[in-house]
Design a protein around this ligand. Structure first.
Ligand code: ZN
Ligand code: ZN
Length: 437
């Protein structure tokens, strides 16, 4: 894989073209650099790692080459490693025993056809669990997470005089399907790894590169996805009296479901219910036998979540009864736990990050309605966790009127710098805030 850098300009701008010769000009430390020095060798290794990962994404729970690469990089710095949940990798870096701190990076790509125009764009293909062949892209930026975590591990292993304790790096597969964190916990992650007193994690976001945003308390929403199958009885379109029309029935469910947030949830709380697909029937004069729809619920509060899910079950069941139809079938597609930042730990982290990255680059933020399974790792052992967002796009892209492609977009293209350096510094700062000597 080739090193790709920008011909001219500062490290703050896009990284698209160039040659090896100008790397030294292009990848110098950003202006805000304060204490954590990534030398040019480490920076070059980091960029190489990133472009390699970006060009070779793998689908959720199939991150085989990624896991092998992570394992070999961890072993090269003397970390103990083990595999967990198939493609999950745990790396333990010891420099004394206690305290123990956890740091998690997710590793999976998405079924998206990359359209970024980057020289290191992915042309990879993969196979979904149902056998469908799809293009694969690191459209959520998890390649930046792996790169930052591995580089932080390399940086800290080379600077053992600055810290004491144990770092548990968790390279988690399958975040996009909500399968990975649960699978690692179920397969004995915490029976095999030292138990940390806190777990940190981060996500790249469309916000100015070089910045970090941390919320106190809830960081991201819980999410629940269901597939609902509604049973009617089919027949000729001219004889509805001999059928139970599942389209009419399911349509009433859809409309009534939209009253949950507006009429049942306390206006001071937040929730979202989206019905993202609805399928039934094949022809205009046939009343079908079934209808299917999928829905997605987001909430910040456990009681609100329970109330919304309860209301969904009540409405789905009661609408079927109102039509004289059998009980519909509800299948859970996925469930994401709440991502909650322990407020005291978030405060301490905000202070540490402001010291390292500069006041102007660190912001306290509101929770996002997006979801993450990160919280499940700490919840399993009852320890606090903090999850933050780091920027991946040039500040000028956020000028009024510009549209910055979001995570999961085929055009999602974080710039390498200062995104990666910032991700490494944020990760190492969080770890050193607990283990620094
Ligand atoms: Zn994602
Ligand atoms: Zn993601």
């Amino acid at each position: 894989m080739s090193l790709i850098v920008r011909q001219t300009g500062s490290a703050l701008t896009g990284v698209r073209r160039g040659t090896e010769e100008n790397i030294h000009d292009a990848v110098g430390p950003p202006d805000t650099f304060r204490s954590m020095d990534l030398d040019q060798t480490l920076t070059r290794r980091m960029h190489d790692l990133y472009t390699g990962l970006h060009a070779n994404p793998e689908l959720s729970m199939q991150e085989h080459q990624t896991a092998e690469l992570i394992t070999s990089r961890l072993e090269a710095i003397g970390a103990e490693t083990f595999r967990c949940a198939g493609t999950g990798v745990v790396g333990i870096l010891r420099n004394g025993e206690d305290p123990v701190v956890g740091f998690r990076a997710d590793t999976d790509g998405l079924p998206v056809a990359e359209d970024t125009g980057l020289e290191y764009a992915s042309t990879a293909r993969g196979e979904l669990p149902d056998g469908t062949e799809v293009p694969v892209m690191h459209a959520c930026g998890h390649d930046t997470h792996v790169t930052a975590a591995l580089t932080a591990a390399e940086l800290l292993s080379a600077q053992q005089g600055t810290w004491a304790g144990t770092i548990v790096f968790i390279f988690q597969p399958g975040e996009e399907t909500a399968a990975g964190a649960k699978a690692m916990v179920d397969e004995g992650l915490w029976d095999r790894a030292p138990r940390p007193e806190i777990i940190y994690g981060q996500h790249v976001m469309p916000q100015p590169a070089g910045t970090v945003r941390v919320s106190r308390g809830t960081a991201m929403a819980m999410a629940d996805s269901w597939k609902v199958t509604v049973y009617g009885s089919g027949g000729h379109g001219s004889q509805p009296q001999d059928t139970t029309d599942p389209i009419v029935l399911a349509a009433h469910m859809v409309v009534r479901i939209q009253t949950i947030v507006s009429r049942e949830v306390d206006p001071r709380d937040s929730a979202v219910v989206t019905i993202g697909s609805f399928h039934s029937g094949l022809k205009e004069n046939i009343i079908p036998a079934t209808a299917e729809f999928t829905l997605n619920v987001r909430s910040f509060d456990q009681q609100v979540r329970d109330d919304v899910l309860g209301a969904l079950r009540r409405i789905i069941s009661a609408e079927a009864a109102a039509s004289g139809a059998p009980e519909p079938d509800i299948a859970e597609i996925s469930t994401f736990p709440r991502c909650y930042n322990d407020p005291d730990s978030a405060d301490a982290l905000l202070t540490a990050l402001r010291g390292e990255l500069g006041e102007e680059n660190v912001e306290e933020s509101r929770p996002l309605m997006g979801s993450e399974d990160f919280g499940a790792l700490a919840e399993a052992i009852g320890v606090p966790s903090v999850y933050w967002f780091f920027g991946g796009h040039p500040p000028e892209m956020f000028d009024a009127g510009s549209q910055v492609p979001s995570n999961h977009s085929p055009q999602f293209a974080p710039v390498m710098e200062p995104t990666l350096t910032n991700g490494v510094r944020a990760a190492a700062t969080a770890i050193l805030s607990r283990l620094g000597t």
